[in-house]
Design a protein around this ligand. Structure first.
Ligand code: ZN
Ligand code: ZN
Length: 271
């Protein structure tokens, strides 16, 4: 998924080109450093030669002086001429060394420049790397969020798990196989009441003979009838209750009348 993100691909390409630019700059730095070292070691070689020649010149002049003191002019001249020729070589070496110093300055400047360029490119690699990583982290988070939207529930018919996305408008209740099988179970019927066509599923426990609109009407009518019946029953019960209360009152009145008659008879007998 992350591999298909065009922004990540772009950042990946930017990173790899920053890396090759850095590698080229590093190679350049290494080359200028080698040149700087090589120039430095050439100067060391000149210094060693200079020291040797100075020593040689000194010893030739000493030899010249001692031959001169000993009175051998020819030998003294030979030593002087050797010292002079060494002096000439020394002058040449000084010239070469001077030229080499100019080269050293140039090599050092080139090295410093290359090093600075390498540092800039190293920062660019870091920057490209940060950008790439940030995008990768972002995609990981987005991917996790997307994964969390996927859930499972059992098929209503066979119970196998159905994978679905919570953002779907219609989340299926049946697995694919059951959905296909269930499609064959659907059939057109004609409403027994209004004649309209409606669909039934042969798998239903109770298959209706009338359409859903008519079912609603029938249900409403039945409810109305039941309400009417309940009202009638209640009215009857109330009437019955009222008449039984009246009967009781009458019965009590009759009983108390009998008591009165009896009392009168008792009084008459006593009197
Ligand atoms: Zn199923
Ligand atoms: Zn109907």
């Amino acid at each position: 998924m992350s591999g298909k993100d065009p922004e990540l691909s772009r950042l990946g390409e930017a990173l790899s080109s920053a890396r090759s630019a850095y590698a080229a700059a590093k190679k350049n730095t290494d080359e200028t450093k080698a040149r700087l070292n090589e120039t430095g070691s050439r100067i060391q070689t000149f210094n060693a030669k200079i020291a040797d020649l100075k020593k040689g010149i000194d010893s030739e002049y000493n030899a010249m002086r001692s031959e001169r003191a000993g009175g051998d002019r020819d030998a003294a001249d030979e030593h002087r001429s050797l010292a002079q020729s060494m002096q000439e070589t020394l002058t040449q070496i000084y010239e070469s060394k001077k030229a080499c110093f100019a080269e050293l300055d140039e090599a050092r400047a080139a090295f410093n420049k290359a090093l600075d360029a390498q540092k800039v490119l190293r920062d660019k690699v870091q920057e490209a790397w940060d950008g790439f990583n940030a995008r990768l982290e972002y995609l990981k988070t987005e991917n996790a969020k997307e994964q969390a939207k996927w859930k499972e529930k059992p098929c209503r018919i066979c119970g196998v798990p159905i994978r679905y996305n919570v953002e779907w408008k219609h989340i299926p209740n049946l697995c694919k196989a059951c959905f296909e099988k269930d499609k064959e179970n659907w059939e057109d019927r004609t409403c027994a009441k209004c004649g309209k066509t409606f669909r039934i599923n042969k798998g239903w426990e109770h298959i209706p003979t009338i359409c859903s609109d008519c079912r609603k009407v029938v249900k409403a009518e039945k409810a109305a009838r039941e309400a009417e019946k309940a009202a009638r029953v209640q009215a009857e019960q109330e009437a019955e209750q009222a008449s039984s209360m009246q009967a009781e009152a009458e019965r009590q009145a009759a009983a108390s009348a009998l008591v009165d008659v009896a009392n009168e008879e008792i009084q008459a007998a006593e009197g």
